[in-house]
Design a protein around this ligand. Sequence first.
Ligand code: 5IU
Length: 271
Amino acid sequence: ASKSTLPYHIRAASHQHPVAQKLFRIAEQKKSNLIISADFSDTEPSGMCRRTYLLNTLSTHVDIIHDFGEKTVVGLKKLAAKHNFMIFEDRKFVDIGSTVQKQYHGGALRISEWADIVNVSPLGGGGVVEALEQIIFNETFPYRDGRAVLLLAEMTTAGSLATGQYTEQCIDIANQSGAVIGFVATGALGTVNPDLNTSAQEDFIIFTTGVNSYQSGNVLGQQYQTPEAAVKAGSDFIIVGRGIYTSENRVGTAKQYQREGWNAYEARIAS
Ligand code: 5IU
């Protein structure tokens, strides 16, 4: 499988999408390709979230926040601006386009107001991406250059149905879209992310969940790979949840993942 051996700053300079550029720039500034998946159920940020110099992006599931509201939105946006990280809401939009538009824009969670990146499962075809683009590229939408979409090309769980032809279709859909900057996948997806002249071809970014240095899986079917294995396989950004937030020393553990992810990236660009 081809994967990018180009450094992030080169990819930032040649990428057309401002969200992709910012992701890469933050990576170089913080020496971090670490995304922490903070599956917290309270609005009050934990101590770990304040150590944001380690963090490239915060991945959220705001529908599990029991006291979600204005305070959550304002707090998240402030924290992200102050500490220079991106917000990825792992919402996995999967409904028909018209419903997804309402789930993304407005609604109870107001995702379009605060999430730089969202993801979509194109199980029902590419229309769902078009639906999000109608919102994002609308002239009246205030964040048009600041919003991007990932496609769920693979899942990390045992028996995942997101394989083979489904995964390939995701690549086709991404190639036809202006808002899609990459995929949630376990590694490079063959035809994407070539080591090339990225201005001539879209440089899709690979976001990888299911990353844990000490565990290989758990009872609910989650399967893990180490940061090193993920980056070696073509992951550009590693997403770590319980590996960090259930640790007794969250900051120390986050640092360790950040270093492991960064070292693996440096090894890859040197290869
Ligand atoms: N997540 C996965 N696997 C996937 C997708 C998303 O684990 O295929 I798409 C999310 C779920 C959770 C985080 O928020 O990534 C992984 O958490 P742990 O590192 O705690 O397993």
